[in-house]
Design a protein around this ligand. Structure first.
Ligand code: CAA
Ligand code: NAP
Length: 245
């Protein structure tokens, strides 16, 4: 039986590419959606027309109980999750002077608390079956900081702290935990940045373009594979040379 991969926020730009790539690699791919049933139905319909058979469960990654309910439902209806891709995320950009407490908390809960909320519910089974992959999607802006993103940069920097700690706790049991830190990728999240600001950002990318969601998906697919068994606690940048560490 093929391994089960759960991709949170799998209906977004990067998430869709991850779902398709993992499915092409033979995993049974499940995703989550926040609550828009209509949008979820359309995505499932569209991807099934392309030959994919994804399953989707309603889940707010910012809410611990909601994650627990979704994972329980997945375990009951489908089986144990072997690969977890913590991909769901949001931005609420503003300079710190203008940032509201609500924007701060929303971003921290969705981008960082979500890792605890999801991983807690899948980790026991991964450890019991002595195999698992946890892949956390961070950002270049968690590595270098970004004007207007104190909330997002803090959350994404926290993602890798989580990765490194859990990687140490799980390494002996065949479970790897890694961070993928994409640069600017052509999805709605980046298209929401004002055009003049966006063009300035693109001009600072040595490769000379935005990244493609499929390029992130290919890295996730590799980290999920047997070839990546010796990679754990790593943060892999994929940013067109925009930030070199
Ligand atoms: N560095 C230095 N100064 C900057 C700056 C920068 N990067 N960007 C703007 N400024 C300056 C402006 O020149 C302006 O200066 P003056 O007041 O002297 O004219 C001032 O800051 C504007 O400040 P405001 O508070 O008025 O800014 P604003 O309300 O107009 O907009 C902002 C601020 C919302 C942060 C806007 O600049 C913005 O959207 N920036 C893009 C942030 C970004 O990169 N987001 C990434 C989203 S995608 C993503 O997050 C995915 C991922 O992981 C890569
Ligand atoms: P996107 O197209 O906006 O997709 C984001 C996804 O997250 C959506 O599917 C959304 O679900 C989901 N989501 C948001 N809040 C959620 C919540 N509370 N519970 C469950 N799902 C939630 O963004 P993207 O560009 O694909 O980004 C995916 C990940 O990559 C994010 O973590 C982002 O921070 C990171 N990243 C992106 C870039 C980039 O340049 N695009 C760069 C670096 C890192 P709904 O559609 O159901 O709301």
């Amino acid at each position: 039986m093929s391994k089960i991969a759960l991709v949170t926020g799998g209906m977004g730009g990067i998430g869709t590419a991850i779902c398709k790539t993992l499915s092409n690699s033979g995993y049974q791919v499940i995703t989550t959606y926040l609550g828009n049933e209509e949008k979820a139905k359309n995505w499932l319909y569209q991807t099934s027309n392309e030959g994919f058979s994804f399953k989707a469960f309603k889940c707010d990654v910012a809410d611990f109980d909601s994650c627990g309910e979704a994972v329980t439902q997945i375990k009951t209806e489908i089986g144990n999750i072997s690969i977890l891709v913590n991909n769901a995320g949001i931005t609420r950009d503003a300079t710190l002077r203008k940032m509201t407490k609500e924007s701060w908390s929303e971003v921290l809960r969705t981008n960082l608390d979500s890792l605890f909320n999801m991983t807690k519910h899948v980790l026991d089974e991964m450890l019991e079956q002595s195999w698992g992959r946890i892949i956390n999607i961070s950002s270049i802006n968690g590595q270098k900081g970004q004007f207007g993103q104190s909330n997002y940069s803090a959350a994404k920097a926290g993602v890798h702290g989580f990765t490194m700690a859990v990687a140490q706790e799980t390494a002996k049991k065949g479970v790897t935990v890694n961070t993928v830190a994409p640069g600017y990728i052509a999805t709605n999240m980046v298209m929401a940045v004002p055009e003049d600001v966006r063009n300035k950002i693109i001009s600072g990318i040595p490769v000379g373009r935005l990244g493609r969601a499929e390029e992130i998906a290919a890295l996730v697919d590799f980290l999920a594979s047997e070839h990546a068994s010796f990679i754990t606690g790593s943060e892999i940048a994929i940013n067109g040379g925009q930030h070199m560490m």
